[in-house]
Design a protein around this ligand. Structure first.
Ligand SMILES: Cc1cc2nc3c(=O)[nH]c(=O)nc-3n(C[C@H](O)[C@H](O)[C@H](O)COP(=O)(O)O)c2cc1C
Length: 339
């Protein structure tokens, strides 16, 4: 397997689960880690929320040994607060801290953080330095291409990051204004890679293992980061890692449903409140069955999911239905599973 190191931390694979607010909580990360993600990143954590000790913020940082190495992502625009927050994050025992320079949500932008920092590179550099000086674990920065389409913002910010002692950068080459529209411009990842000596993680529009190989080949990046495509398809990491090693691996239907069950059970444990966990999992389990035969009937039943027993039965029954001989051909046609 291709080696991938950030600072003194070596990852088992060069595939990273992207931070996704509202998605990459502990149960989700445990699942993607089991499926081969070399590095998992928390949902973004507000530096000021952390300083003012909001309980919700601490919950975002809950971790388990099996998911290590874990990066906790911080957002904020004040160097002092970011540095203090980073110290507290390091004290939780995580392996890395990531600074969010990519979020384009209005609520975050109006505080001057997230991708707003791409428009204030000097302040961003101050933040990188302050955080780097405050911690001894590796520090990474996740950025967009910039405010506009020139791509120069990413080059400048990446250089500032390296100068400030940041250990790796991740680049999602869409502009802040673009949000998620259009296509990411991978040529910017290549430019950033060519201009730095620290590792560069490429991100944006990887949907298949072949896309990941193509990103490695066209940009020279050191690792790939996958976001939306892994929601509901954690085995994408397994297939991608296999292809990086020159093999084609298809997950089995049994493994897919085992993941659904694991995710469901871990979410029940995480939320402790059975009803809240079930409500959350209605949409989550729906992602897993996208494109599978009979998924709309399964989704209709999910709408009324309120108990652990009901959820486990739904998962088992749908699995058994798909595993019958008469469904085999239809499942095969989806191209996602073998056996
Ligand atoms: C629902 C959702 C939540 C996201 N939350 C975060 C976040 O908390 N921090 C961050 O840096 N990026 C966040 N992103 C951006 C992703 O990490 C990633 O950069 C983007 O989705 C592009 O990768 P993809 O094409 O593989 O999805 C989020 C994206 C989505 C769709």
């Amino acid at each position: 397997m291709k080696k991938f190191k950030i600072g003194n931390i070596e990852m088992e694979s060069p595939t990273v689960m992207a931070p996704l607010a509202g998605v990459t909580n502990l149960p989700f990360r445990l699942m993607t880690k089991e499926m081969g993600a070399g590095l998992v990143v928390s949902e973004m954590v507000s530096a000021s929320g952390l300083i003012y000790e909001s309980e919700k913020t601490f919950r975002l940082m809950e971790s388990r040994p099996e998911e290590k190495p874990l990066a906790i992502q911080l957002f904020g625009a004040d160097p002092g607060i970011m540095a203090e927050a980073a110290k507290r994050v390091e004290a939780t025992g995580c392996e890395m801290i990531d600074i969010n320079c990519g979020c384009s949500v209005k609520k975050v932008l109006k505080t001057g953080s997230g991708s707003a920092l791409m428009g204030t590179p000097k302040l961003a550099k101050e933040i990188f330095k302050a955080v780097k000086d405050a911690i001894s674990i590796p520090l990474t920065v996740k950025m967009r291409s910039g405010w506009d389409a020139s791509g120069e913002d990413a080059l400048l910010l990446a250089r500032y990051a390296q100068e400030a002692g940041v250990d790796a950068v991740a680049v999602h080459p869409r502009t802040a204004r673009q949000a998620f529209r259009g296509h990411s411009d991978w040529s910017i990842i290549k430019k950033v890679k060519e201009s730095l000596t620290i590792p560069v993680i490429g991100n944006g529009d990887i949907h298949t293992p072949e896309d990941a190989i193509s990103m490695f080949d066209t940009t020279g990046c050191d690792a790939v980061m996958i976001g939306r495509a892994a929601i509901g398809d954690p085995a994408l990491f397994k297939r991608t890692n296999a292809l990086i090693s020159g093999q084609i691996v298809k997950p089995t239907l049994t493994e897919h449903f085992r993941m659904m069950e694991r995710y469901f059970i871990d979410t029940l444990d995480y939320f402790t409140d059975e009803f809240i966990a079930c409500k959350t999992m209605r949409s989550r389990l729906g992602w897993f069955v996208k494109g599978l035969p009979g998924s709309s009937a399964f989704r209709k039943e999910l709408v009324a999911l309120t108990t652990r027993k009901q959820g486990l039965e739904l998962i088992h029954n749908y699995h058994h239905h798909l595993a019958t001989d008469e469904m085999a051909e239809k499942v095969e046609l989806t191209g996602r599973f073998s056996g």
